[in-house]
Structures are given as structure tokens and as C-alpha cells.
Design a protein. Structure first.
Length: 127
């Protein structure tokens, strides 16, 4: 794991109010709080590929432009309908987060259209 520090204390210096003194302590690989945080992040950005995880992380931190660029590139190289449906769904989620609801609906409709063509009619994801 990379070096991770915990901020213990921050103080503004007396001579220069633009300068801060920060007291840090290094964590170790056995730090329970760090392990909990790491596991939580992994859980929230699960995905079948590294690029899927990257897209979810970008959405989570609000980097919508980068996420949209990534998903559009993934869409160009999508190997099958299942992948295209997933990417359209993610683009819909992105547009909801941006408050662009009409665009979100269009992406969700594209995802649903693909799923209706490729999945059995009683598939739970269509309900």
C-alpha cells in the first residue's frame, strides 16, 4: 500500500496566516480504520473490469466529464449488447447526477431497449 497519513492537528502560524502547520502520523497496513475505509471504497466501486471500476469511482467523486468520456470510449469498443446496456445505464446515472434528467431518460431507454431484445421476458432486471 502507498504511504497514508492521518491528520492529527492543523494550526495556522502566528507570523503568516496563509501558512499552516500540520501534524501527521503515518498509518500502517494493520490500521483498522484504514482497512475499513479501503474495503468500503472497494465495495462501492465494484465492477467487472478495471475500467468499469474507474468509471464508478469517477461518478462517486463527481468527475462527470471524465466519467462520460470514459463511458463513451467504452461504448465504442463494447463487445456485445450486455456491455452496451450496462454502459448506457451508467451514462443515464451520470446524467441524473448532473441534473440532466431528459438526457438520463434517453440513456435509460436505450439500456432497457437492449435488455428487452436480449433477455428473457421474465428476467428480474426488466421488472
Amino acid at each position: 500500500m502507498h504511504s497514508v497519513f492521518r491528520v492529527v492537528e492543523m494550526k495556522q502560524t502566528a507570523k503568516n496566516n496563509r501558512l499552516w502547520q500540520v501534524h501527521l502520523t503515518i498509518t500502517d497496513d494493520n490500521d483498522p480504520q484504514l482497512s475499513t475505509l479501503t474495503n468500503r471504497i472497494k465495495e462501492e466501486v465494484r465492477g467487472s473490469t478495471g475500467l468499469h471500476r474507474m468509471g464508478k469511482l469517477m461518478l462517486k467523486v463527481g468527475d462527470f466529464d471524465q466519467a462520460e468520456e470514459l463511458y463513451n470510449e467504452l461504448l465504442k469498443g463494447a463487445p456485445d449488447d450486455r456491455e452496451r446496456a450496462f454502459i448506457y445505464h451508467q451514462l443515464g446515472w451520470l446524467k441524473v447526477d448532473q441534473g440532466e434528467y431528459k438526457a438520463a431518460v434517453k440513456f435509460y431507454e436505450k439500456s432497457l431497449e437492449i435488455k428487452r431484445k436480449t433477455l428473457p421476458g421474465d428476467d428480474a432486471s426488466l421488472g
